[in-house]
Structures are given as C-alpha cells and as structure tokens.
Design a protein around this ligand. Structure first.
Ligand code: HEC
Length: 134
C-alpha cells in the first residue's frame, strides 16, 4: 500500500507546484496592475493589442508584438532584428513563461518601448498577461 501512495504524492507535487508558482506570478502582477487602474483589462483586448501595428513609419516598419512573437502564442517566434528564435509565449506550451515577475516586468518595459515607442499602461500589461496566460 505504501509504494503507490508515494508515487501518487510525487506525481501530485511535481505537477502542482510549478503550476502554482506560475499562477502566483500572474496573480500578483494582475493585482498590482489593478491597483494602478487596470480595471477593464481582458484577454480579448490583449489579443487585439498583440496584433496591432504601432510606429509604422519606423526603420522596422509595422512594429507589433507579433513582429517577433508571431500571432500564434503556441508557436516559436523570431526576432525581427537579430533573427534569433524565441520560444513560444503561451505558458501552456512553455511553462517557464510568466513565472518570474522581474523577467516579465523587464521585457514589458523593453518590448513596449520598442514596439509602441512608450511604456505600456497598467491596463495594457494586464490585458497582455490575460491573453498570454492560456
Ligand atoms: C523586437 C522583438 C520583440 C518584440 C517586437 C516584442 N518582443 Fe517580447 N520578447 C522578445 C525577446 C527577445 C524576449 C526574451 C526572450 C524570451 O523570453 O524568449 C521577449 C520576452 C517577452 C516577455 C517575457 C515573458 C516571460 O515571462 O518569459 C513578455 C511578457 C513579452 N516579451 C511581451 C511582449 C509584448 C507585450 C510585446 C508587444 C508590446 C512584445 N513582447 C514585443 C522580443 C520581442
């Protein structure tokens, strides 16, 4: 009786702990963004913003999040400047995604500036998170 119980507990712990860590990061970030005024964020808005073209008169014209990450969150992307491949964004395919608060904030800052010419608002970031976290 003891061995199957142990195996069961091992399965539970290896499967649930990473999922919880991932959720905690997203939940914490969403709470922060909500406190900064992101009251109407949604996955639908995130999807729309992801594909929206900003800065169309720049050197790399037609800048959007999809320029590097593609429109398919489950697929790998490709950096439009360096050509380097980028792992899929969806946390369902790539569990490392959205698991580190600092990393998410760092890349939001950098990528929003590059794509939109400004930092994202709390509402935009919350919508991106809701969209990517599928
Ligand atoms: C010029 C290319 C490029 C564009 C455009 C771009 N990204 Fe990224 N993004 C990257 C790279 C490179 C990384 C870091 C490598 C990695 O995590 O695979 C990254 C990482 C991220 C991450 C970190 C996710 C995590 O937890 O691992 C988020 C969130 C993100 N991007 C969101 C966005 C959003 C939102 C936009 C549009 C406003 C955007 N990106 C546009 C290249 C880009």
């Amino acid at each position: 009786m003891k061995t199957p119980y142990l195996v069961f507990m091992l399965l539970i712990s290896t499967q649930i702990i990473p999922a919880q860590a991932e959720n905690n990061t997203v939940t914490t970030l969403l709470q922060t963004y909500a406190s900064l005024g992101a009251t109407e964020a949604s996955a639908a808005q995130g999807k729309q913003l992801w594909r929206k073209v900003f800065l169309s008169n720049s050197e790399y014209s037609e800048r959007s999040c999809a320029s590097c990450h593609t429109e398919d969150l489950n697929a790998p992307g490709k950096h439009i400047k360096t050509g380097k491949s980028i792992k899929p964004m969806a946390s369902s395919v790539n569990p490392e995604r959205l698991s580190d608060k600092k990393k998410v904030e760092k890349w939001f800052k950098r990528n929003c500036k590059w794509t939109m010419g400004r930092e994202c608002t709390a509402q935009e970031k919350a919508s991106f998170l809701l969209y990517i976290n599928n």
